[in-house]
Design a binder for this molecule. Structure first.
Ligand SMILES: CCCCCCCCCCCCCC(=O)SCCNC(=O)CCNC(=O)[C@H](O)C(C)(C)COP(=O)(O)OP(=O)(O)OC[C@H]1O[C@@H](n2cnc3c(N)ncnc32)[C@H](O)[C@@H]1OP(=O)(O)O
Ligand SMILES: Cc1cc2nc3c(=O)[nH]c(=O)nc-3n(C[C@H](O)[C@H](O)[C@H](O)COP(=O)(O)OP(=O)(O)OC[C@H]3O[C@@H](n4cnc5c(N)ncnc54)[C@H](O)[C@@H]3O)c2cc1C
Length: 667
């Protein structure tokens, strides 16, 4: 008999196999929906299989047992092996295939090329002129040079207007002089800057004839191309161990009056003429495009990270037998507890929702770059900036929460590095900070929401973009029993009310004499709440759109159960806003709760298959607890035995310190 869950193999843990047999949909078909196409889903499996046949691509030891130096070395080793096999493993022009291959082989702890593909090359694509493409892009794509994106400084990351690194133009030599005037001006944090990169896109304050023109991107050579030694005038190094990403070399960088030619200002959009005349860009923030790109990709990437943690936690919950339900002679799978389901299933729904929503923002970003590069049209930038600012903040926060719940759902074994969940958590929550600290970015979206409410107040609702049109729509009582649209309407009401309340509060402070900035700060918490609600509404809408578009009936049905869970969970989570003014009744609250509990029961038989559908290989998961075969106890024992501490029965530290102490106590 053909099983719908394609993960079933002989010899797997029976409890897990039993779960897989209950699948109501084909996991390969679900993977097509998750990854957007049959081809990519299939290619992912083929690539994972091909990688498993090249022993040199495997981790030489489990990563948790490696120290930092070993992690960096191991990452670089695998990268060089990968380089030799690249063309045979993937279509090198296919980003989806490349992304999968890197996740599979390199894992998530960082490596020398981590920022090269993610920010350095995209910054060139978005900011370099045709001549600069000619000079740099080919070399970068062939990896003759390795680059990173050096913007953040020791003293400033969020407030770009106060970056201190200067790029002063000297007309006599037609050069920029890069300089780090203070310790706080040192570039600090850029990934792959410390030891790996020999080039960087450096963001520095452009100064011409003593006048500052604000942050601009420059391509800068940091190290000698032959010896890899830092060039004279450059100070560069690694910033030390971090919460995660310890296979990566986030770095510091300082310039001592370091000269670069005029043509190294990335000048697709703004330029400095030989005589020092500055030519403005078509949009003041166009230099931020590499950041918008990463923010646009983050929802998908973070959804996958949550998917990793949930695959581990759900599989483990299906083989962990503990406690009783009705029959006191047989213990049950912990996955049967309603609390366990409530801890994990809404997070599965979110992982799916974030991935779907992420694909939509990636499409919007690609369109923006096309418009900008083909006809200089930057009209979509403000909308996309607002959207991705909110999205990266909401998604990273919930992903962090979801991963931590997944860890706790694994009890004691979740706390072991064998589960790998703590590493996934460390990597994921980096996203709350990088690409714009979450609060700062929520406040960016809030600016857009406040402006939109002001438009409605001044009778210009017709100027609202489609994503904020609901801010002008009249309120109607909602019958939640009528399907997803009624949930959207209820959420729109809640989100609209919060945006209006926060805007009114802000305007009131100003009417009472506060300056705009002070009034803004006094309303900031309320404003961030408005941003979160708006973003959650957007995620909900994209989830509904995606499920509606699915054609495979069993897949659509399983996704509809997830969607219903999501709708009820989300609405319950924000219900206090609608209860405040009696818009929602307590009967509606009870209805939502009951719907939610019944969704948990519906999802239960498909839980394992929903996470199997992510089709993360064991190599990619790097989790002893979450392996496909489900033999957790044997796998854990083998893993513990391989701990370097177990190489000898008696440690030198025992002989040297502990034993003498114990011996002394005997006297
Ligand atoms: C493939 C990918 C995989 C995923 C990745 C995984 C690995 C990742 C590895 C890790 C990688 C980590 C890599 C890293 O971490 S790289 C470093 C990332 N750093 C940051 O993200 C810094 C955060 N700060 C900022 O972005 C800016 O300073 C903000 C945005 C806060 C203010 O900005 P600024 O101080 O310049 O602005 P202003 O106050 O003068 O004016 C505000 C006005 O400007 C508008 N505005 C602002 N920005 C934009 C914009 N972009 N498009 C359109 N408009 C924009 C804004 O709406 C407002 O308009 P209005 O309201 O006045 O009309
Ligand atoms: C893993 C990782 C990788 C990174 N990679 C790179 C890279 O490749 N290249 C690069 O250039 N940078 C990189 N960074 C740096 C990162 O982009 C910055 O750390 C980030 O933008 C936050 O800036 P900050 O550190 O200045 O935080 P701060 O702004 O100092 O944040 C501290 C607190 O101040 C609050 N705050 C600050 N401003 C405001 C405001 N206006 N309103 C309200 N609250 C405010 C924040 O909300 C936060 O609570 C990386 C960081 C990490 C953690």
């Amino acid at each position: 008999m053909a099983f719908l869950n394609k993960e079933i193999r002989d010899g797997d843990n029976q409890d897990l196999t039993e779960e897989r047999r209950t699948a109501t949909f084909d996991t390969d078909k679900m993977a097509e929906v998750i990854y957007g196409s049959e081809k990519l889903a299939r290619r992912r499996r083929e690539i994972s299989h091909a990688v498993s046949r090249i022993p040199e691509l495997a981790d030489s030891r489990p990563l948790p047992f490696l120290d930092r130096f070993e992690k960096v070395t191991e990452g670089t080793r695998k990268l060089s092996v990968l380089d030799r096999h690249l063309a045979e493993l993937i279509d090198v022009n296919d980003n989806g295939e490349a992304l999968h291959l890197y996740h599979e082989v390199m894992g998530m702890e960082g490596h020398p090329l981590a920022l090269h593909e993610v920010m350095f090359v995209p910054a060139l694509i978005g900011q370099a002129s045709d001549e600069q493409y000619e000079k740099w892009l080919g070399r970068a794509k062939r990896r003759e040079i390795i680059g990173c994106y050096a913007q953040t400084e020791l003293g400033h990351g969020s407030n770009l207007r106060k970056l201190e690194t200067t790029a002063t133009y000297t007309p006599s030599t037609q050069e920029f002089i890069l300089h780090t005037p203070t310790i706080t001006a040192l570039k600090w944090w850029p990934g792959a800057l410390g030891k790996s990169s020999n080039y960087a896109v450096v963001v520095a304050d452009l100064i011409i004839k003593d006048k500052s023109y604000g942050p601009h991107p420059f391509i800068v050579q940091l190290r000698d191309e032959k010896t890899h030694q830092p060039l004279p005038g450059i100070t560069v190094g690694d910033i030390g161990p971090k919460m995660a990403f310890n296979g990566g070399d986030n770095g510091y960088l300082g310039f001592d009056n370091f000269r670069i030619p005029r043509e190294n200002l990335l000048n697709r959009h703004s330029r400095v003429e030989a005589d020092g005349t500055y030519v403005r860009p078509p949009h003041a923030k166009i230099g931020h495009s590499a950041m918008i790109r990463v923010r646009s990709h983050m929802a998908t990437g973070q959804g996958w990270l949550l998917g990793h943690a949930l695959t581990i936690a759900i599989r483990y919950s299906a083989v962990r037998i503990q406690g009783f339900l009705e029959d006191k002679s047989h213990e049950v799978k912990v996955l049967d507890y309603q609390t366990q389901q409530h801890r994990l299933f809404p997070a599965i729904a979110r992982a799916y929702a974030f991935i779907f929503c992420g694909f939509e923002t990636i499409r919007l970003y690609d369109q923006l770059i096309l418009d900008m590069n083909s006809n200089g049209n930057t009209s979509g930038m403000a909308d996309l900036h607002a959207l991705t600012s909110g999205l990266k903040s909401v998604v990273t926060h919930f992903v962090g929460q979801g991963i931590e719940q997944a860890r706790m759902a694994c009890g004691g074994h979740g706390y072991s590095m064998a589960s790998y969940i703590s590493e996934i958590y460390g990597v994921a929550i980096g996203g709350c900070t990088y690409e714009g600290e979450n609060m700062v970015m929520l406040l960016q979206l809030a600016r857009y929401l406040v402006k939109s409410v002001e438009l409605v107040k001044s009778g210009k609702a017709n100027q609202l973009g489609p994503m904020v049109a609901y801010l002008a729509v009249a309120d109607h009582k909602v019958n939640l029993a009528t399907g997803p649209d009624s949930y959207v309407k209820m959420f729109q009401y809640i989100s609209k009310r919060q945006s209006w309340k926060a805007t009114e509060k802000f305007l009131k402070f100003m009417e009472n004499g506060d300056s705009r900035d002070v009034a803004w700060n006094k309303t900031a918490v309320e404003l961030t709440r408005a941003s979160r609600l708006h973003t959650r509404l957007y995620i909900m809408e994209t989830f509904i759109r995606r499920v509606e578009s699915v054609t495979d009936i069993p897949v659509k049905s399983a996704l509809t159960d997830l969607l219903n869970l999501h709708l009820n969970y989300e609405l319950l989570d924000v219900a206090s806003y609608a209860l405040e003014d009696g818009f929602m009744s307590s009967n509606q609250m009870d209805f939502i709760k009951n719907q939610l509990y019944s969704s948990l029961e519906k999802i239960r038989p498909n839980a394992v298959s929903l996470v199997d559908s992510f089709q993360f290989s064991d190599m990619q998961l790097r989790s002893v607890l979450g392996r496909r075969d489900g033999h957790v106890y044997q796998n854990l024992f083998d893993w513990a035995k391989s701990s370097p501490l177990n190489k000898t029965d008696v440690l030198p530290s025992v002989t040297q310190y502990l034993k003498p102490m114990m011996e002394k106590a005997k006297l």
